[in-house]
Design a binder for this molecule. Structure first.
Ligand code: FE2
Length: 467
């Protein structure tokens, strides 16, 4: 069955100026509870010190200023070196594992750099509509804001690794489970249009933005956005399959642990069993055993798993998710199966932007960063967000591992060098966003990617099964 996005999202997105201010402010809101000493520590090679994130997201915008303002003078060559992440095209940079080995630039100097870039950028955006290349420029500014929202989520992961329950997160109370959500739904196979459908006459993100008027008042325009790796939309064939209605819960995962799942090589890929043996994995990251009982440490404190049985399991690697699925007699879904379950409506014979329809997320439909939970919600807490097939919590709570390799879609065209294109090897695709993902940043077609062994991200999974 062929499907297509029926109409553009009705997400109310502010002008690029307002969006710029909101996104930049939120980064600083996230780090606000940190003490000065917290900003410079690197607790593992895979995480980055918070000071580095607030500088790096400014560095990204400085590269925009460099490119589009010939008279622009670099703020500091030292900062260009320290705050570049992995871009070969932007010159030499500090090695990632060494980001926590320097106390300079200081936090105050980094914040001053950030303010300077903000001043420059607000002037730059204000004057952009006078330029012939306004669309191109605005598309890159938007990419910079999406990039910053990615780093906001990484900041949450990294602060959790750094401080966990010592961090004074402004946590709101979690909602109650409203519905029992169990079992699997059957989803018919056939042809499916995978990926983001570019809207309007132009096929790329570059034209997906609208310039702001010279007087600062935004035109009422769509700010549709998707990364290049979500495009082009293309036809794939799916077999009939079953998919879990809910993410796998801590309670279900605990059964796997109690059944000796981490002690039986039969459930594991070779790479997974190697990790189990080398790193003595016995449970997800942030699970601790106290007097023989499994506990979970999160931003809110240390809890008995017994009190969190109905919450989606998180901080599991692809290797662990796969082992659980095999043990359960199931498998992980492909990203195409996941996306069909999340977006396709048989009744409408079309693909929708989100599981619940074409409106953007709100707090009743999905647990994203603005919900303020700083943790997962219980299974069954967001029935208003269910897909046409009856799957719940596909958006928010935990990114969901798929079995799909992160690779370019047929017809892929890179829209920004070294952003997505250079990572197309060895990683797995995750879908749906987490409680740390900003609402404006998530889409059903969004392809996140991590290495199969990584588990410091907010990642969980749901299982599929062949018919
Ligand atoms: Fe980055």
């Amino acid at each position: 069955m062929v499907s297509a996005i029926s109409r553009p999202a009705e997400v109310s997105v502010p002008s690029i100026t307002t969006l710029y201010q909101q996104v930049r402010a939120r980064t600083m809101q996230i780090v606000a509870p940190l003490e000065i000493e917290d900003y410079v520590i690197q607790t593992a090679e895979f995480m980055s010190p918070p000071r580095w994130h607030i500088g790096h997201t400014s560095w990204f915008f400085e590269t925009v200023l460099q490119k589009f303002q010939p008279e622009y003078k670099n703020y500091s060559n030292e900062y260009l070196f320290y705050f570049n992440s992995y871009y070969e095209g932007f010159g030499a940079r500090i090695e990632r594992p060494k980001r926590g080995t320097r106390s300079r630039p200081t936090v105050a100097e980094t914040v001053a750099y950030r303010s300077y870039i903000d001043e420059q950028m607000s002037r730059f955006i204000r004057d952009v509509s006078n330029r012939d290349d306004a669309q191109t420029v605005l598309a890159i500014v938007r990419l910079g804001l999406e990039h910053e929202m990615q780093h906001q989520e990484l900041l949450v992961y990294d602060i959790k690794h750094l401080l966990c329950d010592q961090f004074d997160a402004p946590i709101k109370p979690a909602p109650q489970s409203i519905e029992n959500v169990g079992g699997m739904v059957e989803i018919e196979g056939g042809l499916f249009e995978l990926g983001y459908a570019s809207r309007g006459s132009s096929p790329t993100v570059r034209e997906g933005l609208r310039a702001e008027s010279g007087d600062g008042s935004p035109h009422s325009k769509s700010y549709d956005f998707a990364f290049d790796n979500e495009k082009p939309q293309h036809t794939v064939f799916l077999q009939d399959f079953f998919l879990d209605r809910a993410p796998v819960s801590n309670g279900e995962y605990l059964e796997f642990i109690n059944a000796g799942g981490y002690e039986d090589f039969r459930w594991w890929h070779s790479a997974g069993w190697e990790k189990v043996e080398q790193e003595s994995w016995q449970a997800p990251l942030y699970w601790e055993q106290h007097d023989g009982e499994w506990m979970i440490r999160d931003f809110a404190g240390l809890h008995r798993v017994a009190d969190k049985l109905n919450e989606p399991v998180s901080h599991v690697s692809f290797l662990e998710a796969s082992a659980y699925a095999k043990w359960a007699g199931k498998r992980l879904p492909t990203e195409a199966e996941w996306e069909k379950a999340a977006t396709y409506s048989q009744a409408l014979n079309s693909k929708q932007d989100f599981p619940w329809g074409n409106t953007g997320p709100d707090e009743t439909k999905a647990n994203l960063f603005e919900n303020g939970l700083w943790g997962v919600g219980p299974v069954g807490a967001f029935p208003a967000g269910q897909s046409a097939y009856g799957c719940q919590q596909m958006i928010g709570d935990v990114w969901e591992w798929t079995t799909s390799d992160y690779a370019p879609y047929p017809g892929f065209k890179s829209e920004f060098d070294e952003y997505n294109d250079k990572w197309f090897v060895g990683q797995k695709v995750l879908r749906g966003g987490s409680f740390a993902t900003p609402r404006a940043h998530i889409r059903s077609t969004y392809r996140n990617f991590f290495y199969p062994h990584e588990r410091w991200m907010i990642a969980g999974f749901r299982c599929a099964k062949d018919k």
